[in-house]
Structure formats: structure tokens, C-alpha cells
Design a protein around this ligand. Structure first.
Ligand code: ITT
Length: 198
């Protein structure tokens, strides 16, 4: 089974990527590669930050295929926020609970008669030995709730209902999320490239 080093500290992302790739790839994240350090995410776009993570990660894991994911939530009524700052929306040391609380606070300041449309975005970058091999992206449109529903998933999942469904990613089964999410779509495009390398 070929090995893919996933340059993330977010175990939820790893769980999703491993489930989507299935038996064909062995996915190991930074927990299995504690010596690999990633450069700071200083980019203004998902792509710029995914490139930073993939390139720096691949320099620390010579000869290995390294994948990075930069992702986040865009809310139209908030001008696209939290966007690339999704992981740090409530502050540099914020956790997911803090970030959801901040989002609920911001949404509560707006007129409540509008539908809060938005999307999850994901950019994935594959790199080896400091060189970018391939870049893909994916998104999933939906709407935001002002109160959490469901305990599944992670991050903003309990506040997001994907278009075509009546329940949040916090309620929908992981299998369903993994068929239609931003991450699933970016990874489906990346899979062709991965398969061509084995
Ligand atoms: P790494 O940088 O180590 O990969 P991270 O969680 O900091 O982990 P990002 O910088 O890409 O990753 O930030 C992504 C944030 O966007 C994440 O922390 C969540 O708040 C949110 N997010 C991304 N994908 C999500 C998903 O599928 N469900 C819910 N929230 C998501």
C-alpha cells in the first residue's frame, strides 16, 4: 500500500481523508511524523496556505508524497468570513467551540429574516521534496444555522446544512459528508493524480 503523508494536525481531517481514500492508500498525519514541522500559514488564500503546508511538510519528509489541505467556511452575509481565518476566527488560540460561538455572535447581529448562504472551501496540494506536484480544490454550498444541531463532525459542521439536505453535517452520517463535502471533492480530483503516481 503506498504511503501518503498528510501534513495536518487536525485528526478529523485525517479521518475523513483516510475514509475517502479507503484501502488503497496508507494515510499518516503529523502524529506519525513528529519531526515534520510546517511553516506558518501566512497566505491570504486557501491555495497559498495549502502550498505553504505541503511544501514545508515535504521538505521535512524527503522522498515522500505529502498532501496538505487548507479549508474553511465562507458566509456570504459576513463578506466571506471566516474564510482563511476559519481555524482562528475567535483568536489565535481559539478552539472550535470558541469559533462557533464567534460565528453565532456575528450572525445574531444581522437581520434574521435572510437565509445565511455560504460554503465550505478546500484546497489540496500534493508535494514531494519541496516541489508542488498538483493542486485541486472543492467546495460545497449550503446555509448556516444560528444554533448548533448535531454532535458529529468537527469545526463548523453543526451549523452548516449542505444544499439538498435538511440536516447539518453534525447530524448527517460521516459517509454522506464524505461523498459530497469540499474535502471529498478536492480529494476526488487529487485521486487521479495520486493513482497516476503509483
Ligand atoms: P491543519 O492546518 O493542521 O491542517 P486546521 O484545522 O488548522 O489544521 P485549516 O487551517 O485548514 O486547518 O483550518 C480549517 C478550519 O476550517 C477548521 O479548523 C474548521 O474550523 C474549518 N473547517 C474546515 N473543514 C471543515 C469541515 O469539513 N467541517 C467543519 N469545519 C471545517
Amino acid at each position: 500500500m503506498p504511503l501518503l503523508v498528510f501534513a495536518t494536525s487536525n485528526a478529523h481531517k485525517t479521518e475523513e481523508v483516510a475514509a475517502i481514500l479507503g484501502e488503497e492508500w496508507q494515510v499518516e498525519d503529523l502524529r506519525a511524523h513528529p519531526g515534520v514541522t510546517l511553516d506558518e500559514e501566512t497566505g491570504d488564500t486557501f491555495e497559498a496556505n495549502a502550498i505553504i503546508k505541503a511544501v514545508s511538510g515535504s521538505r521535512g519528509a524527503p522522498g515522500m508524497l505529502v498532501l496538505a489541505d487548507d479549508s474553511g467556511l465562507e458566509v456570504d452575509a459576513l463578506g466571506g468570513a471566516p474564510g482563511v481565518r476559519s481555524a482562528r476566527y475567535a483568536g489565535e488560540t481559539a478552539n472550535a467551540t470558541d469559533n462557533r460561538a464567534k460565528l453565532k455572535t456575528e450572525l445574531a447581529k444581522l437581520p434574521q429574516d435572510i437565509r445565511f448562504t455560504g460554503r465550505f472551501q478546500c484546497c489540496m496540494v500534493l508535494a514531494k521534496d519541496g516541489e508542488v506536484l498538483h493542486v485541486t480544490s472543492g467546495s460545497v454550498e449550503g446555509r448556516l444555522l444560528t444554533e448548533e444541531v448535531g454532535a458529529g463532525g468537527f469545526g463548523y459542521d453543526a451549523l452548516f446544512i449542505p444544499d439538498g439536505f435538511a440536516e447539518t453535517f453534525g447530524v448527517l452520517p460521516a459517509d454522506t459528508k464524505n461523498q459530497l463535502s469540499h474535502r471529498a471533492r478536492a480529494l476526488a480530483a487529487m485521486k487521479e493524480q495520486l493513482d497516476s503516481l503509483t
